[in-house]
Design a protein around this ligand. Structure first.
Ligand SMILES: NC(=O)c1ccc[n+]([C@@H]2O[C@H](COP(=O)([O-])OP(=O)(O)OC[C@H]3O[C@@H](n4cnc5c(N)ncnc54)[C@H](OP(=O)(O)O)[C@@H]3O)[C@@H](O)[C@H]2O)c1
Length: 385
């Protein structure tokens, strides 16, 4: 039986205000973000109105608005925890985990939805144990939620802000021991951005790590307007965003992508000009070659045969062959904020797996689905309660 986690810096209850979070998705928490701008490397956002009921159309006073979102912060919370590396069976739902304290550059986020990524289960399996944070671990990188407490050196975020982000700057290098699969998580302000005003929490929660990976890979590959790209794994969490970011942010001239037969139409709806069925065709045998091949599957050797002379191959996992390179994403709220307008204008559409969102209690089912390697878009956990 695993012992509950106890953090030395657990925070006492702050305020006694009515609970804010309602797990019923039909009761909308509406916010309109008046601005989400970059100041230097910092993000600034302001909630102009926030209504805790769809039927309540009257705008609250600023004081009521803040009070409504800063519900009582308990000293203990529910969180998923593992104390040993292994398969899904090491995961335990613990109701007595201490709410994390915050450093001066951090905010405390009440988690409303959390996204899963393959790195979550690879880490749990012990693949990164050499550089991992100590066990026991509360897993989870991606979060969408509400700021309920700010550290003394936090510049732009404030209580009540609706945010999203990947809470660990480096996913493999001492990632946060207390992650986002919990009711509360502590995260540096610089890793967060204001949640896109048009997206609900479950849609926002699936984005951070995957869209930052999509964007960073394209940037590192020197991708630019007029170039062509082949995306290996176009229906996955990262691949579905590579297609859209390449098209709408970078101005790709032509996009090809691979998937199994049943997902070819999806690839086209995401913006692919050519959808390749990997169960029937070998992409590297096609006469057409590409400026960039973006490999999210682990087919680096084959990918190198599909690239034009002078082009490059971005590899996220597995073998790398020249002219390929592999990189590991860095979480960065400022780059997330730069992508936010493309989400808010509807050009980039988050894709959440239709089997979800999975409620918090069904995390094991969610991981089991993700670990098949056949998820479509992002696997998201919601509500968190
Ligand atoms: N280096 C980094 O910083 C970084 C960052 C993010 C992710 N990653 C890694 O990148 C990989 C992808 O991540 P993800 O979040 O996109 O995973 P994911 O969402 O779990 O990917 C699932 C998708 O992969 C597709 N797929 C599986 N085999 C395929 C094949 N042979 N050809 C084409 N598509 C195939 C599946 O489509 P079908 O059902 O059609 O097969 C499914 O839609 C993972 O290994 C992850 O750890 C690395």
């Amino acid at each position: 039986m695993m012992k509950p986690l106890l953090l030395p810096s657990a925070i006492p209850p702050l305020k006694t205000l009515p609970p804010f979070f309602n797990p019923n998705p039909s009761v909308h928490i509406l916010s309109s973000i008046a601005s989400a701008t970059l100041r230097g490397n910092r993000i600034s956002g302001r909630i102009s109105t926030l209504r805790t009921s769809a039927s309540s159309q009257s705008a609250s006073s600023p004081t009521e608005t803040i009070d409504a979102v800063v519900a009582e912060i308990p000293s203990k919370m529910k969180a998923w925890v593992y104390g040993d590396y292994g398969d899904v069976n090491v995961l335990r739902l613990d109701e007595g985990v201490s709410v994390p304290g915050i450093e001066e550059d951090q905010v405390l986020v009440r988690v409303v939805a959390a996204g899963l990524n393959p790195v979550d289960f690879k880490r749990r399996q012990g693949k990164f144990r050499a550089t991992d944070s100590p066990l026991p671990t509360v897993p989870g990188y991606d979060v969408a939620g509400v700021v309920v407490k700010v550290g003394s050196k936090v510049k732009n975020l404030k209580e009540g802000d609706e945010v999203y982000g990947d809470i660990s700057e480096k996913p493999l290098d001492n990632p946060k021991q207390f992650g986002s699969l919990a009711e509360y998580t502590a995260v540096e302000e610089k890793l967060l951005a204001i949640k896109p005003s048009n997206l609900d929490f479950p849609l926002a929660a699936g984005l951070p790590l995957a869209i930052e990976t999509a964007n960073e890979g394209l940037e590192k590959a020197g991708f630019s307007s007029g170039k062509s790209i082949l995306v290996l794994g176009g229906a996955g969490g990262v691949g579905s965003l590579v297609i859209q970011v390449a098209k709408h942010v970078y101005g790709a001239s032509r996009i090809a992508a691979t998937s199994s037969t049943g997902k070819l139409e999806l690839l086209k709806s995401l913006g692919a000009d050519l959808a390749i069925d990997y169960t029937k065709d070998n992409f590297e045998e096609l006469p057409e070659k590409f400026d960039v091949v973006y490999d999210t599957v682990g087919q680096g050797d084959r990918a190198a045969k599909a690239v034009k002379k002078g082009g490059t191959v971005v590899v996220l996992t597995g073998a790398v062959s020249p002219p390929g390179f592999r990189f590991v994403v860095t979480s960065n709220g400022a780059s997330l904020a730069k992508l936010t307008p493309f989400l808010e204008n509807g050009k980039i559409k988050p894709l959440n797996d239709p089997k979800g969102p999975f409620p918090f209690s069904k995390l094991v089912d969610a991981f089991t689905h993700l670990e098949t390697g056949r998820a479509t878009g992002k696997v998201v956990i919601y509500p968190i309660s």
